[in-house]
Design a protein around this ligand. Structure first.
Ligand SMILES: *Cc1c(COP(=O)(O)O)cnc(C)c1O
Length: 315
């Protein structure tokens, strides 16, 4: 069990540093390039996950639910963040996992979820695909004594509302804000709350990830979609995939900036940003903010390849 119990701080008290990225790599002709270190919020409920969960958990607590149920893969940042945040909120948690990781196949992430008290159930891929269907949701709601159900990845209205509050941590004046997108919830939240004159760049770590554009559209206020640029070029083979180039990039980034990136999301985004800089995507007057959305526990599977430690337990 993680020793430090998180004191879930209310937003006005959150202190998250904005750091300048100064190195030969990112020396571009534009005004500034900074990174918002949401990864420093908490080692487990890290980055954007806390923002997406907070209104879901508030709702569950205030409406008398005893437990929350959600969905994720065997390495899911969302699942472990939910397990920890639910525990700290006094709620039981149930995790519906895609695929069978029982017995010796249990991942470190799932073991950690169980340490936080999460009850894990495995769903085969066909069942998992029904995760948003009302009939299926009703059947699991009945089966598990009516938990509050949080959609996969913390998506949905409550998640978007919470994610939108990340904007409060962003100082004024940036022309571009960059964020990695999995379900697109964080990006949708920011699209509703960032100042109108800043562009929003969404980096999708999935192959053919542009479909997210359509998924997210229904959550956007009319007109806001125009300022979003979607990129799905830097997927490195697909979600969860990586190669030597990406690992070398993560190590070099750490060497240059002393900032750890995660192998699933933020490394691919930063790699993309570096390419965009060399392609002169940003104009001379650009002030760019990258959001470090955390997720460092996901580096467990590549920890032996990295020159830096995972700030999570003693790994
Ligand atoms: C979950 C996660 C994302 C994706 O967030 P969405 O709101 O689902 O788009 C991005 N980065 C990191 C590090 C994550 O853990």
């Amino acid at each position: 069990m993680l020793q430090e119990k998180l004191v879930l701080k209310e937003l006005p008290n959150l202190q998250v540093p904005v750091q300048a990225l100064n190195s030969n790599w990112f020396s571009a002709p534009f005004k500034k390039l900074d990174i918002l270190r949401l990864d420093l919020l908490h080692p487990v409920i890290s980055g954007n996950k806390w923002f997406k969960l907070r209104y879901n958990l508030d709702f569950a607590v205030h409406n008398g639910f005893k437990s929350v149920l959600t969905f994720g893969g065997g390495y899911s940042n969302h699942l472990i963040a939910t397990a920890a945040a639910a525990r700290f909120s006094g709620l039981k948690s149930i995790g519906m996992v895609r695929g069978d990781y029982s017995g010796k196949h249990k991942t470190r992430t799932l073991k950690d979820c169980e340490d936080y008290g999460m009850e894990i159930h495995y769903l085969n891929r066909d069942l998992y695909r029904q995760k948003s269907e009302p009939e299926f949701l009703k059947s699991i709601s009945d089966k598990f004594s009516k938990p509050f159900i949080i959609p996969e990845g913390g998506a949905g209205e409550q998640g978007i509302k919470g994610a939108g509050e990340i904007a409060r941590l962003i100082p004024a004046g940036y022309t571009h804000v960059c964020v990695s997108a999995g379900t697109g919830t964080t990006l949708a939240g920011l699209a509703g709350t960032l100042p109108e004159n800043s562009s929003l760049l969404g980096f999708v770590p999935m192959k053919n990830g542009r479909y997210l554009k359509e998924t997210v559209l229904k959550y956007l206020r009319a007109g806001t979609e125009k300022r979003i640029h979607w990129f799905d070029r830097w997927h490195f083979g697909g979600f969860g995939k990586y190669d030597k180039t990406l690992i070398a990039f993560m190590n070099e980034f750490y060497y240059q900036h002393q900032i750890p990136l995660d192998v699933i999301y933020t490394s691919k985004m930063m790699y993309g940003i570096r390419d965009l800089i060399s392609e002169e995507f940003f104009g001379n007057n650009a002030s760019v903010l990258c959001i470090h959305t955390g997720g460092l526990q996901g580096n467990i599977s590549v920890k032996d390849k990295l020159d830096f430690k995972i700030p999570f337990r003693d790994l």
